[in-house]
Design a protein around this ligand. Structure first.
Ligand SMILES: [Zn+2]
Length: 91
C-alpha cells in the first residue's frame, strides 16, 4: 500500500488559479497553517506568510453556499498566517 502520509502533488499550489469554489486542504510541512481553507474560483491560491515555499492544496468539496458580504465585498486571501501553538496563550 502506498500510504506514506506525504502530501500528494495535485498541481494546485501557491499562485495557481483556483479551479472551483470550495474547501481545500492545505499541505505545507514547513509551517503550521490552517488545515483547510475556503477559496473562490478565479482567485489565486494563497501563499505562506512566513516563507516563499509553495503551499500545496487538495480539493475537498465544493461550497456552493459561500456567504457573501454586505456590499458585495468578498474577502480574498493572499497569504495564510502561521498558527501559533496554544501554549503561547497560556498564563
Ligand atoms: Zn511557510
Amino acid at each position: 500500500m502506498d500510504s506514506t502520509g506525504t502530501a500528494k502533488d495535485t498541481g494546485l499550489r501557491t499562485s495557481g488559479e483556483v479551479p472551483h469554489s470550495g474547501i481545500y486542504r492545505v499541505s505545507h510541512s514547513q509551517h503550521h497553517l490552517p488545515s483547510e481553507v475556503t477559496l473562490l474560483k478565479d482567485q489565486k491560491f494563497p501563499r505562506c506568510s512566513r516563507c516563499s515555499e509553495p503551499v500545496l492544496y487538495e480539493f475537498v468539496r465544493s461550497a456552493p453556499n459561500i456567504p457573501s458580504y454586505p456590499g458585495g465585498f468578498t474577502v480574498t486571501l493572499y497569504e495564510l498566517p502561521e498558527l501559533l501553538p496554544d501554549d503561547e496563550l497560556a498564563g
